[in-house]
Write a protein that binds this ligand. Structure first.
Ligand code: GLN
Length: 335
């Protein structure tokens, strides 16, 4: 039985409201993405969150129902589909499982001999995954799966963002050609780029991301508790990669400050999975220098310990361990 997250609903809501106020102060320190021209038109001042506990009432605040493009958060959907259809051996033949320490659209690692993309949650890894997916799935299959896993029948392809990115995606095109030169991409480069870019241009809300995160949190099972959307082993692998690689070259710092497996996108979305506790979706399009939602990160940082969402924080356990005495004992040893 999942631990009840918000025993006192009103108190929990007021904690999240306070966190939103603090997080809003970060907005002017960031900028919306402009390398995809259409994203440059988005209002940077938006901020919304949806927390969807396994056990307890949903909390939705601010711009939680505003539509934005999923961008790199779709890499989790691509990864789930690839793991389910082709299995982990095939997926990790094409990409590694290491944090990259490089920008999300980096090409440096691809120029080394015998190298492959660092992981499936950066552009090069996801484009390699799309080579697999396009063998079995059409974009409309992905759209149907995205609608299901996000419990959101209104997810659509944002045509304006899609065409805007496709026209300007020379970096992703370079990645795809480098992957082709290494034999990682074997299909048609244009088809694969169109498929990848369409998946990034799905219009979602913070609430839709929270619904998918809740399924991951529950190891693949939906709210109805009988309906499975993916295998438990797939859900676990995706969560581990989100923790280690989901925030690009900001993954380590984010793990230290927040401690919740998460995946960001340059549309301003963050999908966070508080394991066995809650799914969380955040929307805040003002981005930091690494392409992560600047206010979104602050918001998650504010609530992670207060609502015990941090993977490694459990106040009950801490109490039982009598941490203070333990610390004193260590100091004793050092004397
Ligand atoms: N579609 C974007 C790209 O390929 C996704 C990047 C992101 O969200 N970080 O550049």
């Amino acid at each position: 039985m999942a631990r009840r997250l918000n025993k006192d609903y009103r108190k929990t809501v007021s904690i999240v409201e306070d966190a939103m106020e603090k997080a809003r102060l970060e907005i002017p320190k960031g900028e919306v993405a402009t390398y995809i021209p259409e994203l440059g038109k988005v209002d940077p001042n938006q901020l919304g969150i949806c927390i969807y506990p396994l056990n307890g009432k949903k909390i939705c605040l601010g711009d939680y129902d505003k539509r934005f493009t999923i961008q790199s958060v779709s890499k989790t959907i691509m990864l789930v589909a690839a793991l389910e259809i082709f299995g982990p051996d095939k997926v990790f033949e094409l990409t590694g499982a290491e944090p990259s320490g490089e920008a999300f659209n980096s090409i440096v690692e691809l120029d080394r001999e015998n190298s492959k993309p660092y992981n499936p949650l950066i552009n090069s890894g996801a484009i390699a995954i799309c080579n697999l997916l396009t063998r079995e799935l059409s974009f409309s299959d992905m759209l149907i799966y995205a609608r299901k896993v996000c419990s959101d029948p209104d997810i659509m392809l944002d045509e304006d963002v899609y065409h805007s990115e496709l026209k300007t995606c020379s970096r992703n095109r370079s990645i795809a050609y480098l992957l082709e030169s290494k034999g990682i991409i074997t299909g048609d480069v244009d088809d694969i780029l169109r498929f990848y870019t369409k998946c990034c241009s799905l219009s979602v809300t913070a609430e839709s991301l929270a619904a998918m995160a809740r399924i991951l949190s529950n190891d693949g099972v939906g709210e109805e508790s009988t309906k499975r959307y993916m295998s438990a082993s797939t859900a676990r692998l995706v969560k581990i990669l989100m923790l280690t690689c989901g925030m690009y070259d900001g993954s380590g710092t984010f793990a230290v400050n927040v401690g919740i497996p998460s995946k960001s996108g340059v549309g301003g979305g963050i999908m966070s999975v508080s394991d066995k506790r809650a799914g969380i979706g955040v929307f805040g399009p003002s981005l930091d220098s690494k392409g992560n939602s600047i206010a979104g990160i602050q918001l998650l940082k504010e609530i992670s310990n207060k609502l015990t969402l941090n993977l490694f924080y459990d106040p009950e356990w801490d109490k039982a361990q009598n941490e203070a005495t333990f610390a004193e004992k260590i100091l004793e040893h050092l004397k």
